[in-house]
Design a binder for this molecule. Structure first.
Ligand SMILES: Cc1cc2nc3c(=O)[nH]c(=O)nc-3n(C[C@H](O)[C@H](O)[C@H](O)COP(=O)(O)OP(=O)(O)OC[C@H]3O[C@@H](n4cnc5c(N)ncnc54)[C@H](O)[C@@H]3O)c2cc1C
Length: 302
């Protein structure tokens, strides 16, 4: 994709944070102010930042427009991403992503079977999503604030229920089992907390997803949370990008845009428990969490 862009005279810049969307007098985008102090001026601006970050970048002047006001109803769901390296191969794991019946673990995969970079005939590496992990998402406590060891032990207890012959609840602390045993011990682990991941697909949320076309002529939305047929996912992000590029291409060619123009499927007010509007536009701090990402170690972001 980078080659495609560069071959046509474009430039791909990564690791460059947008600090502020600056508006012209007519409310359209005049330029982007970047975190390093530089400015970007363009014909069209496409935003694919996560929904929570978007609320922080949304210019004050746009907040009252019903189209943008509706987006406040969407917020990222907290999850914890775990990687567990075991000292032997789990015979019953499969090649692919598995959905779990555990109330704490949503999906998992044995990366040693399903991902070439982690291939290992002798030892499993399980990657999994620990969710729900906060009371707002349905957990009995705020797991984001627990220690890594507590999170891992709760995970091993759940894995022990799913794979009783292969994982013991004390796999983190117990001494390695004899070679004849199928019970795996944990060699190492990592815990990545993602306080705001994909938009929470709770009942009633979908109708607040905005179209890629916005009421601002030179501003287009992409990202998995903009409206398209998939939930927040990689397929959804790709499809949203395609729909956004259609809007830009039609505008640039001066032909009608597809999919019915700028719209949100409802004019209902956002639910009363929607997050507060940030007092002033702009991201806070410089941690991965400020940009919708996850981080290892305790949460340092406010
Ligand atoms: C733990 C976990 C497991 C998942 N597993 C799966 C899976 O198995 N299958 C699947 O389909 N999906 C999965 N997903 C969801 C999938 O990762 C997302 O739906 C997808 O990455 C969304 O893509 P996106 O481009 O919309 O947003 P993102 O990938 O979130 O990209 C947004 C980008 O915006 C950047 N950004 C933020 N703020 C700024 C700023 N101020 N200036 C400039 N850039 C900024 C961020 O750095 C980031 O690069 C998973 C998500 C998580 C958290």
């Amino acid at each position: 994709m980078v080659q495609h862009v560069e071959a046509r005279g474009g430039k791909v810049v990564t690791g460059a944070a947008v600090k502020q969307i600056c508006l012209a007098e007519d409310g359209s985008v005049a330029k982007l102010e970047m975190a390093d102090g530089t400015e970007v001026v363009a014909d069209y601006y496409v935003s694919a930042v996560p929904c929570d970050v978007f609320q922080r970048l949304l210019p004050t002047q746009w907040r009252e427009l019903p189209f943008f006001a509706a987006t406040r109803a969407l917020r990222g769901i907290p999850v914890i991403n775990l990687q567990l390296w075991f000292d032997r191969k789990m015979a019953s794991s499969i090649d692919g992503l598995a959905f779990s019946r555990s109330p704490l673990l949503s999906v998992y995969a044995d990366m040693s079977r399903s991902v070439r970079e982690y291939a290992d005939d002798d030892r499993s590496m399980i990657a999994l999503v620990f969710a729900p992990c906060t009371p707002e998402a349905g957990a009995d406590r705020n797991w984001l604030m627990q220690t890594d060891e507590d999170i891992i032990d709760a995970t091993l207890e759940e894995l022990g229920r799913l794979f009783p012959a292969e994982v013991a609840p004390d796999a983190r602390t117990a001494p390695p089992q004899p070679a004849s045993s199928r019970l795996a011990s944990l060699r190492k682990f990592s815990v990545v907390r993602v306080p705001r991941s994909v938009y929470a697909a709770v009942p009633g949320a979908g109708k607040f997803r905005p179209s890629q076309e916005t009421p601002i002529d030179n501003f287009v939305l992409a990202g998995d949370w903009s409206t398209q047929k998939f939930l927040g996912s990689m397929e959804g992000a790709v499809l949203a990008g395609k729909l956004a590029s259609e809007v830009v291409a039609c505008k640039a060619a001066g032909v009608p845009t597809p999919n019915g123009g700028a719209r949100v499927a409802t004019d209902e007010p956002v639910p009363a428990d929607a997050p507060e509007v940030p007092s002033a536009p702009g991201f806070v701090g410089n941690s991965p969490v400020a940009f919708g990402g996850g981080q290892t170690g305790g949460l340092v972001h406010p």
